[in-house]
Design a protein around this ligand. Structure first.
Ligand code: ATP
Ligand code: MG
Length: 178
């Protein structure tokens, strides 16, 4: 029943697929499969131009997993890095990083290398690497070219054994509103 609800909700948030064109279909299909436990991958990277629905899909995956009783949290990468810096001051950084490493599903939205200091990049890599080794559901979105993503991150999303990287070719929904 929970899975049915999640599937229903996935359709609702995406607008029953009405506005999903061919250019967004591959990203939509991959996100839906991940959210409903129907994928043969647990690492999903969605990249592509601005405004084409990456955060929308990231939210849909998170809500659909939550509806199935799964602990899935979505973080904007810049916000997460600010939060982690605060945790250093509070002496809670180790516990917070442990949580991020071990939670059932983690969605990191809008990765941009320039957000991260060397320290921040190391924390993100540490979390992703742990989750990769443990085969835990991990989704990353970005609107930068994949060649700009640090190799140690992108290579884990390019592993055919457990990952999928999808180029979302959709055009900017924000522009379509005009
Ligand atoms: N399938 C969809 N149907 C209708 N509206 C959508 C759909 N996907 C996204 N949108 C809307 O289009 C706008 C842009 O979507 P979103 O923020 O997900 O893009 P993005 O790819 O994350 O952009 P950016 O790269 O700038 O972060 C949002 O207002 C969102 O609600
Ligand atoms: Mg976004």
């Amino acid at each position: 029943m929970d899975a049915v609800l999640a599937l229903y909700f996935f359709g609702v948030i995406i607008g029953h697929g009405i506005s999903i064109g061919n250019r967004t279909q591959a990203a939509y299909d991959a996100a839906k499969a991940l959210a409903l436990g129907q994928s043969d991958f647990c690492f999903l990277l969605i990249y592509g131009g601005t405004g084409n629905g990456k955060s929308h899909l990231a939210n849909a995956v998170t809500i659909a997993l939550n509806l199935q009783g799964r602990d899935c949290r979505l973080y904007d990468v810049a916000d997460l890095l600010s939060h982690l810096r605060e945790c250093v001051g509070d002496n809670t950084i180790e516990a917070e990083v442990k949580l991020l490493k071990e939670m059932y599903a983690l969605v990191l939205d809008d990765f941009k290398p320039e957000y991260a200091t060397a320290w921040g990049a190391d924390r993100i890599e540490e979390i992703i690497n742990f989750r990769y080794r443990a085969s835990l559901i991990t989704m990353l979105t970005t609107n930068i070219d994949v060649t700009q993503i640090p190799d140690r991150i992108v290579s884990r999303f390019n592993d055919p054994e457990m990952s999928k990287a999808v180029f979302n070719q959709g055009v900017d929904y924000r522009m379509r509103r005009k």
